[in-house]
Design a protein. Structure first.
Length: 528
């Protein structure tokens, strides 16, 4: 069809997809106050996408549409060349749900792109033939945004601490490598236990399951989360390995009762630097933090461990799997607050609250404040009940997803919290023909140069990142491979800066991030 101003208007079932008066003016009004990342459902003549990309405040535009034959008709009649010549423009045709989610998870970075807005082309998405597809695309986009937002909030909260802790740990192990960094205890020790491991979480169920663990402890290689360590020690159980991934110093409370001399301590590179002194058998590993990955590739290769589940129980399970366990029993993994209880007996939270209590902060008041700090649902289980937050539910679901792809059989010990669906095939996993996996956790390599030399070079590369203009995509595209790796390693720190200065544009955020990171490196090198 032709609008009154002469512009061509695509039609579907004889219904115009845009205004028949002035489609460009309609598009301008639609996006006039927008900024950040825009997701359009439906292509049409792309008037709104074109108007959006004329604005410097728009950092990316994604269009999702279905029916390739219809898209080919549009391309045959209309000119989209200005869209495809803009590095900020993306088009997904006939995507499935996984493709939409994977694209958003890999492309949309809140610290780079700002907020995200979903804009449906109603005359297109309401078409009965494709309406279900567009509805699902909308749901998947929102679900992906929830995941991205949760990850971004963690980066904004811990970005600076991750950076400084990692630099400190690197200066320690890079200059004076400790034996535990290069010698892993398994698989020999695990082989002695017939490749059977136990992962210990710190949920309230552990208080009741501890007797089961006592009876089996000599036949299991015990991997304790740092939170569960004091509960095990209180009951006289020594862990073969302890793992910690939290960058906060409050985790120090988990080690107040000490660590058995023979226990191996596995630490994320972003862990507090003082933790390495808790054991002579300390093994640093690299998680998924961008700086750790940069170090792993460009300086010294540390063992890589999957900690994408976001909690230490998931990390402990990954460690057991990487070390070659054939069967993994899971204790204390409630992922909920059964009957309003937060942690097992003997864990840090009980003495922590006791030390802080006074007439205005009773134990009950502190426990309630801890429980109800986030919205929760009350769920009935048999004759009991438990509270569950969206975060804890997400942790459990990620662990269940992991169990489906593991070579080892996961055996959750029944507790009083949220039930865990393992999605495994126990008969196949536990059969006599199941061959134990060799340890996949390779020892760290010796660095080719000193940590100080590496960090000095990294400092200079950060300093040389200069952004001109406000087009983030053009800036990223202009970076060579090495500079892009350096840039990506700064994103969690940039998220923390953005949280502190939310009104800054990205050019300003980048400059403040560069200054902060360079100052941290210079100060720590000077101190060492």
């Amino acid at each position: 069809m032709t609008a009154q101003n002469g512009d061509l208007i695509p039609a579907l079932n004889n219904k115009a997809l845009h205004s028949l008066m002035d489609p460009i003016r309609e598009a301008q009004r639609l996006v006039e106050s927008d900024e950040g990342f825009l997701v359009f459902l439906g292509l049409g003549a792309a008037y709104s996408a074109k108007e959006a990309l004329k604005k410097d405040t728009i950092n990316a535009v994604l269009v999702i549409d279905y029916d390739l034959q219809s898209i080919k008709e549009l391309f045959n009649k209309l000119d989209y060349s200005d869209l495809f010549s803009d590095s900020r423009f993306f088009l997904l045709i006939d995507p499935n749900e996984d493709e939409i989610e994977n694209f958003l998870l890999s492309t949309y970075k809140p610290v780079l792109h700002g907020g995200l807005r979903l804009i449906p082309l109603r005359s297109r998405t309401a078409a009965s033939i494709d309406s279900a597809l567009f509805n699902r695309a909308s749901e998947v986009t929102k679900q992906s945004l929830d995941k991205i937002s949760a990850d971004y909030s963690v980066q904004a909260h811990f970005g600076k601490r991750w950076f400084s802790n990692t630099i400190k740990n690197l200066l320690h192990v890079g200059n004076s490598p400790i034996d535990g960094l290069f010698k892993l205890p398994l698989p020999p020790s695990l082989k002695e236990k017939n490749y059977r491991a136990a992962v210990i979480a710190a949920g309230p169920s552990l208080s009741f399951q501890i007797e089961i663990l006592k009876q089996k402890k000599d036949t299991l290689y015990i991997i304790a989360s740092d939170t569960s360590l004091p509960a095990l020690l209180t009951d006289g159980i020594k862990a073969d390995a302890v793992i910690s991934i939290d960058c906060q110093h409050i985790s120090y409370y988990h080690f107040m009762q000490g660590l058995p001399r023979e226990s191996f301590l596995f630490l994320d590179l972003a862990s507090p630097p003082s933790f390495a002194a808790f054991s002579k058998n300390t093994c640093f590993f690299s998680g998924s933090h961008p700086l750790s990955l940069y170090i792993n590739k460009n300086f010294q290769s540390f063992p890589l461990l999957d900690i994408s589940g976001g909690n230490v129980t998931y990390a402990a399970l990954s460690l057991a799997e990487m070390l070659g366990a054939r069967q993994i029993e899971l204790y204390g993994a409630d992922f909920s607050y059964p009957k309003g209880l937060s942690y097992a007996r003997g864990t840090y939270i009980h003495p922590y609250f006791e030390n802080k209590q006074n007439r205005f902060k009773t134990l009950e008041a502190q426990n309630s404040a801890f429980l109800y700090r986030v919205p929760m649902s009350k769920i009935t289980k048999n004759e009991s009940w438990y509270y569950e937050s969206s975060t804890l539910r997400s942790y459990r679901e990620r662990l269940e997803e992991k169990s489906a792809s593991m070579e080892a059989e996961l055996i959750p010990i029944e507790g009083i919290g949220a039930p865990i669906g393992t999605q495994t095939a126990p008969s196949a996993r536990a059969s006599a023909s199941f061959a134990p996996a060799a340890s996949k956790l390779s020892p760290a390599s010796y660095p080719a140069k000193s940590a100080v030399a590496f960090l000095s070079d990294y400092h200079d590369k950060i300093k040389n990142l200069n952004m001109t203009g406000n087009n983030i995509n053009s800036f990223i595209t202009s970076l060579d491979y090495d500079a892009k790796e350096v840039f990506l390693s700064l994103l969690p720190s940039a998220a923390a800066i953005k949280k502190q200065f939310p009104k800054d544009n990205f050019a300003s955020t980048l400059e403040k991030t560069k200054a902060q990171c360079c100052n941290i490196i210079s100060r720590l090198i000077s101190e060492n």
